[in-house]
Design a protein around this ligand. Sequence first.
Ligand code: ZN
Length: 336
Amino acid sequence: MKTWQQTAQQLPVQVRPIQGETTISYVFRLADANDLARPTILLGALGQPTRGLTQFLIDNYDVRLNSLALQRLETFTGTPQGHLRTVLPGLHHPGDALPEEIPAIRVVKAWNLRDYCDHCTARLPGRQAVKTYTLYFPALCRKHSRWLATKTDLTHTPEIITAHRRHGRLLASAGDRQWTYQQLHRASWIVSEWARSSYRAIPRLHELWQARGKLLTGLHTPFNPSNLLVYPEAIALAEIFCDLGWRRHVAMVRELEMTNFYRRIAARLNQPQDFVDWLSRPSMRLRRRGGYDWIANPLQQWITQLRHTHQKIRTKFYERHNGFSPTPFPETRHFK
Ligand SMILES: [Zn+2]
């Protein structure tokens, strides 16, 4: 009789799954805490596997479970399926193409896996590595103030920890994670371009990034910014990009009224009036080895694209209202 054919029972020692952990990582830790000879024994006890199991799977793989295998995991862990599902992203995917009449598991390649905070891991029972999905949300250990992707200590840069919290809130409040992620990606790129051009042009921000870079381990300078270096400003800009009210403003107002939008960004980044003026310029100067180049201001490109997308709605509006009407703009939902 195979182990997955035997009756499942709750294991004597329980470990708590970590948010974002792979199912394999969790099952291996559970096996380790219960002194099983090999971690794969417990994995194989979940269901009939589609391939041979080795402990090296933890590095780049995860498993899909059919419903009978998931029931067995629930029994082994003594943890309700609903909770397991919210914590382990691998369980979001159904075990499709697996037989339904027996417990079965499929080993699948997993991308974007990271080691969990080694400070936290050191305090867990057992000596297993912990693997978590990065997904769209950078992992940070709040307890140890560490950015997990690069194991950077954030003790002296609390604004990055605050930005991470805002990032989480932004994703949680968004109905559409993919769309929100795109806005953030764009904002991050724009702020990185600003950083590259910030020398002398926007001195206050340049100094801020210089100073922050020195507080982070590794090489972080505005001339070649890492995502981490400009993270707080990128999140601030992404929040504005995701605000449908501001999107409508940018899409609908006459050019002259765009200043309100620049003021909003400047206020959010705590920057003075000359930053407002700088944002309104179509191009900016980029320092390169041996001289300068002029490049298009990436915020202006973003504005142009958004206005282009909503050109029809804008033209119609001004034709109809002639600019003197108190009629409000169309509802914000149109401007996503
Ligand atoms: Zn930690």
